[in-house]
Design a protein around this ligand. Structure first.
Ligand SMILES: NC(=O)c1ccc[n+]([C@@H]2O[C@H](COP(=O)([O-])OP(=O)(O)OC[C@H]3O[C@@H](n4cnc5c(N)ncnc54)[C@H](OP(=O)(O)O)[C@@H]3O)[C@@H](O)[C@H]2O)c1
Length: 330
């Protein structure tokens, strides 16, 4: 049994980690829920106490999940390292650090295992980079790829609970008035799409787009040319990615390659169906829809719960692999 701490337990990712740990029956001895302020969290008909992070002693934990942003983890990382606990970081603070493995449990845990066990720090990728890396790694086992073109349609919960609240507030107000001020994003998002996530770089790409490209290539250890556009859409939970990959893999072989990944659900021609962003909310799998190979380009529409399958589950699966190694060495 293991002592688990969740930093940011009251947020969207933190709550989802709590729920996934519970569902997957993670062997927990003591659970420490931490946030900025003391509060109660209701989950599964139970009420959990969430304590203040700044009063916590990390020596009590074996594994720490960070579900807050980079500034928080940078402040506490020294204490966590000193305590000897494993850190699984969901923020973008450490993802591109050359000494920290950026891990998708199904793709590259094993090749990073020694480093993870030695340094006890793992970064978990961005919620678009993660599913894209899983799909590309499955295809790369079967074919050569040099270029990828993708557009990510990201729900408002991608920025946390305040994005969700902002969309709900704007949507209600916009039904009553034509004059609306943005509630959270830089422009009104209710009934609209914002084709910019992060800041705009000098080449007019965005920081989010650059982040996704760098993270994918780090995970799959490749140098793919990636053309990425990110847009924020008025969906509460669930991201979608429209992916186009020039390659000579047939549709049938692509389907087989994708089906070989446990976390992927292929909505194949036989079901003649697709899963929307909204429908993906609460589900564990990454849905790959409308796979087609036309004029030398493999195309697909990917939908998934950004909080759960794009975030929390990967963290918990990494923790499961860590405890397997701990059990085998003890
Ligand atoms: N949302 C996604 O789709 C997604 C996916 C993958 C990764 N991520 C990453 O996961 C992290 C969490 O995202 P989220 O969406 O869960 O955000 P969120 O809903 O806004 O939750 C933020 C959490 O951080 C806590 N927090 C903020 N400042 C703190 C401080 N100074 N000390 C202690 N706790 C503090 C908050 O506690 P209080 O309640 O006390 O304020 C809350 O529990 C971010 O780094 C994000 O980039 C998000």
């Amino acid at each position: 049994m293991f002592n688990i701490a969740i930093i940011g337990a009251s947020g969207l990712i933190g709550r989802s980690i709590l729920s996934v740990l519970h569902e997957r029956k993670f062997p927990i001895k003591n659970l420490y829920l931490l946030a900025r302020k003391e509060q109660e969290i209701s989950f599964d008909d139970k009420v959990f106490k969430c304590n203040r992070l700044d009063e916590f002693d990390f020596k009590s934990a074996d594994i720490v999940f960070n579900a807050t942003d980079r500034s928080v983890i940078m402040k506490y990382m020294g204490d966590i390292v000193e305590s000897g606990a494993f850190l699984i970081d969901k923020s973008d603070a450490l993802r591109m650090d050359k000494d920290v493995p950026l891990v998708v449990s199904e793709v590259n845990y094993e090749i990073n295992k020694d480093k993870i066990e030695a340094n006890k720090i793992v970064a978990s990728p961005n919620c678009v980079a993660m599913p894209a890396a899983i799909i590309l790694s499955a295809l790369l086992r079967k074919t050569k790829i040099s270029h990828v073109f993708m557009t990510a349609l990201q729900s408002v919960s991608g920025v946390g609970g305040s994005g969700t609240k902002g969309l709900l507030e704007e949507t209600k107000k916009s039904l009553m008035s034509s004059h609306l001020n943005p509630a959270y994003f830089e422009k009104v998002i209710a009934f609209d799409i914002l084709p910019k996530i992060g800041e705009i770089n000098s080449d007019l790409s965005s920081t989010e787009e650059l982040k996704i490209k760098k993270e994918i290539n780090k995970i799959i250890k490749n140098k793919l040319y990636m053309h990425v556009t990110c847009a924020r859409v008025p969906v509460l939970t669930g991201h979608a990615i429209d992916m186009h990959i020039p390659c000579d893999l047939s549709r049938e072989d692509a389907v087989k390659a994708l089906k070989s990944m446990e976390c992927i659900h292929v909505c194949d021609r036989e079901d003649n169906t697709y899963v929307t962003q909204r429908e993906s909310a609460g589900e564990d799998e990454i849905f790959v829809n409308r796979i087609r190979h036309i004029d030398g380009v493999l195309s697909m529409w990917v939908s998934y719960d950004n909080i759960r399958s794009g975030g929390a589950i990967n963290g918990v699966k990494i923790a499961e692999k860590i405890i397997q190694s701990l059990k085998s060495t003890n």
